[in-house]
Write a protein that binds this ligand. Sequence first.
Ligand SMILES: Cc1cc2nc3c(=O)[nH]c(=O)nc-3n(C[C@H](O)[C@H](O)[C@H](O)COP(=O)(O)OP(=O)(O)OC[C@H]3O[C@@H](n4cnc5c(N)ncnc54)[C@H](O)[C@@H]3O)c2cc1C
Length: 383
Amino acid sequence: MDFGFDAADEEFRARARRWLDERLGPGGAFADLHGVKAPEDADRRRAWERELGTGGWIGLGWPEDSLTRQVVWFEEYARAGAPDPLGIVGEQLLAPTLLLHGTPAQRERYLPGIASGTEIWCQGYSEPDAGSDLANVRTSAEPEAGGGWLVSGQKTWTSLSQWADWCFVLARTEPGSRRHTGLSLLLLPMHQERGRIEVRPIRQLDGVSEFSEVFFDRARVVDVLGAVGDGWRVAMTLLSFERGAGMLGRQIGYRRELDAVLRAAANSGADRDPVLREALTRQWADLWVMRANALRTLGRAEPGTAAVAKLVWGNWHQRLGELALQVQGLPGAFAGGRAHDPEAYPLTPAQHTLLFSRADTIYGGSDQIQRNIIAERVLGLPR
Ligand SMILES: Cc1cc2nc3c(=O)[nH]c(=O)nc-3n(C[C@H](O)[C@H](O)[C@H](O)COP(=O)(O)OP(=O)(O)OC[C@H]3O[C@@H](n4cnc5c(N)ncnc54)[C@H](O)[C@@H]3O)c2cc1C
């Protein structure tokens, strides 16, 4: 496969760079969001999402687009220090799944809201007793008189749900069903008049709340993605995007974080320490391997390749978090940055990377689960 950029890609890059710089650069309408990581200011982040939509930058890969253009966009997005998009779940996870499993009417209904940045989605999979063991889902849905479904139960660790307009919920639609059978992937609005949905934000180590517990009490479902009872298969397709290709943008963004660590190492003199120097070089080389692997698997929803990708990028980012502080030495550990919240410990970007990266080997399926998938489904080893 050729990952080179041609003249049209470079013209596209120049356009993307100009567009981003005009908005995020000094004096730009969104300069306050430059370099921001956590979704602190929901109104501004929503406005940014809509700006991306108006610019036509969301959904570049649907249904099929140039692979290199997506890569160019992600590279420029990271280079500009643009914030992590609030719409990532809709754009990177739900949209490709809709393209595979959705009806034409569903694609027509949901893709435009995602592409315009006006409809933010969250992922309702995990429950208190159904994380790695997702087939243990207890949230259930009962048929509603006149058609449709009503969902009741609890989800947890639901990222971005405080800001979401929609949620896709893995729920049991067949009473008495067990494990992978009798599940459906249900689409429902987070703000509704009849059913009750309560979102309780979970406060993280770094003081912010990016995810929440979500309680559903006879919440109204407006659509089922895939056939009723076939939710496990649809949910797994979506997970493959989460572990593999859907994270391409984030992986490309890692380059910027690595550059910051390399600069910090040069400033502190840590790059003259042979042990740290070797670790930094390895980190740099591994990023190139990861990038090539991500490009190779882009658009594929295979459990094996996605599991390998997830293992590699999760651990890479975790090592980067450790290196980020190591190269700064003791001052890096004690320095405080901008406070998200007056009561929280003020974190520097390096401290944020270290703490957030602890989650990289958990969300989207932990390392142990990825290894189980590789062992059983790729290598054919016994359970
Ligand atoms: C930052 C973050 C964001 C998240 N966002 C979302 C979201 O938006 N939506 C959502 O639905 N979920 C989300 N999650 C939840 C995430 O998917 C779960 O945390 C993850 O699947 C692990 O489940 P658990 O926390 O219940 O841990 P458990 O399943 O209880 O696992 C605990 C430990 O046991 C190990 N373990 C479990 N089973 C096995 C096994 N069979 N073999 C070997 N080891 C095993 C695990 O690897 C882990 O180390 C998020 C999590 C994080 C950290």
